[in-house]
Design a protein around this ligand. Structure first.
Ligand code: ZN
Length: 269
């Protein structure tokens, strides 16, 4: 599943290519995505893309009088291809911008193509999202404040998008390893020092993944079609039984909230 780094890599690729371009045509081949693609989307021709922003894992294409909201779901990817490129059966949506198409491919159809002409931050899908982990709003003091009164395990807290948005399973595992914190530790009991280490670890982990071009998981590719290679650098994720890269102890796998957690029992207390 594309996580925040993959979406941010896609955003950067698209922002550089789309800003200032005028939409010449829209094609919806399959409107039955996670939610039905609204009719307004078909009327976007003639608008000029001002910028491409991101909130959590939503891409927000600023068209001046409204925003196209895109989500990659479980298996979606966005690519820029030359106009006239034949569509695959999973290519559900095209935005034509002159000589090129922005094309959404989404075999499982959990992705989204939506439109709002209201204030985009107030959209029902975005209004309740938590702090952006890469923004200045997430700092050691804020993480400490946010975690107070939470009895849940810190791993589950990190994956709750109403608190911090978009960390996701892979990067929650990796961030906790980097911070030396056991994923089962109670969120509300983390000391200010440990919250500081964790807040830095989250940013470092996400930034490293973005630099590496995102993780190459199933169908993810960046907007330029290049595969990411972050998965070769995991410290703990998907390494159950393998030796910890720091201390040599066997990486352990447990299940929390129906998701796999990987950690080093020696390095993470
Ligand atoms: Zn270790």
């Amino acid at each position: 599943m594309p996580e925040l780094p993959e979406v941010e890599v896609t955003r950067r690729g698209l922002a550089a290519q789309l800003a200032g371009r005028t939409i010449s045509r829209v094609e919806v081949r399959e409107p039955r995505l996670r939610w039905p693609v609204p009719r307004e989307v078909l009327g976007l021709a003639g608008r000029t893309v001002r910028a491409v922003h991101r909130r959590g894992k939503y891409l927000l294409v600023d068209c001046g009088d409204g925003h196209l909201i895109l989500h990659l779901g479980m298996s979606g990817s966005l690519r820029l291809v030359p106009r006239g490129t034949p569509a695959d059966k999973h290519d559900h949506f095209d935005l034509e911008l002159g000589e090129r198409l922005l094309r959404l491919r989404d075999p499982r159809r959990f992705g989204a193509v939506l439109w709002t002409s209201e204030r985009v931050e107030a959209h029902p899908l975005l209004a309740h999202l938590g702090v952006e982990p890469l923004s200045r709003a997430l700092d050691p003091a804020r993480l400490h404040t946010l975690t107070r009164s939470h009895r849940s395990a810190i791993k589950l807290f990190l994956m709750d998008a109403r608190r911090i948005v978009g960390v996701g399973n892979i990067y929650a595992n990796e961030s906790l390893y980097r911070a030396g914190i056991n994923p089962l530790a109670s969120a509300g009991r983390l000391s200010p020092e440990r919250c500081a280490r964790l807040s830095h670890a989250i940013k470092d982990t996400l930034r490293a993944a973005i630099r590496a071009g995102g993780s190459s998981l199933r169908d993810f590719v960046g907007a330029d079609g290049k595969q990411g290679y972050f998965q070769q650098r995991y410290w703990v994720y998907d390494r159950s039984g393998s030796p910890c890269r720091r201390c040599g102890a066997a990486i352990r796998r447990i299940v929390q909230g129906q998701r796999s957690t990987f950690f080093c029992p020696r390095c993470q207390r």
